[in-house]
Design a binder for this molecule. Structure first.
Ligand code: HEM
Length: 164
């Protein structure tokens, strides 16, 4: 049994609009499409940043400039991904409570957030810090963690590792 069952049962019974989102002909489908499109925007921009950190691409542009240009769009993409993902969750909280892949995905997102903070602290001191070993490691970790979010997000749709 996965945690917080009672809290999720309460959400399932009390969240307004849950039944509508779950049963509307296009509700879930439209949200999932929005989730995938915004995820492409967000993850694509994260990859551009991370490849610079790892030292593989965008080497001709100053890292601070890349960061300045990409960050607002990354945050925009992340906002859309959270809103669409949150609404998908809203459509059937009890279903997701029983899915281990959903919890793993949330955990990996938390770790990615911590790693993003680490990148900020590593690089904010100087331009040279962007080309340090620590920055390369943090960029690699970021790519691995976000790819993990992608894979586990996709696997949520199936019945593997699903518990009542
Ligand atoms: C607050 C943040 C997020 C929440 C609450 C959330 C929640 C969800 C939910 C409920 C689903 C539907 C699962 C299903 O029943 O099939 C889903 C699908 C998915 N999510 Fe998220 N998500 C979030 C962020 C992200 C991020 C940041 C990524 C990747 C960068 C991501 C990648 C995916 C993928 C790949 C799918 C599967 C799409 C498909 O079935 O084709 N999600 N998400």
């Amino acid at each position: 049994m996965l945690p917080f069952r009672e809290a999720f049962e309460w959400l399932d019974a009390n969240l307004p609009g849950t039944l509508y989102l779950r049963d509307a002909q296009y509700g879930f489908t439209v949200l999932l499409t929005l989730h995938v499109v915004s995820m492409c925007l967000f993850f694509g921009l994260i990859i551009m940043m991370d490849l610079r950190l790892v030292g593989v691409a965008n080497l001709g542009t100053r890292p601070a400039e890349i960061q300045q240009r990409l960050f607002p769009w990354q945050m925009f993409g992340f906002g859309l991904v959270c809103i669409s993902g949150g609404l998908l969750f809203w459509s059937d909280p009890l279903r997701y409570q029983g899915k281990l892949y959903f919890w793993i995905k949330m955990g990996l997102m938390g770790l990615s957030g911590l790693n993003a903070m680490a990148i900020h602290f590593i690089t904010h001191g100087s331009e040279a810090a962007w080309d340090s070993k620590a920055a390369r490691v943090a960029g690699t970790v970021s790519l691995v963690l976000w790819a993990g979010v992608l894979v586990t997000g996709r696997l949520v749709a199936y019945e593997w590792l699903t518990y009542e």
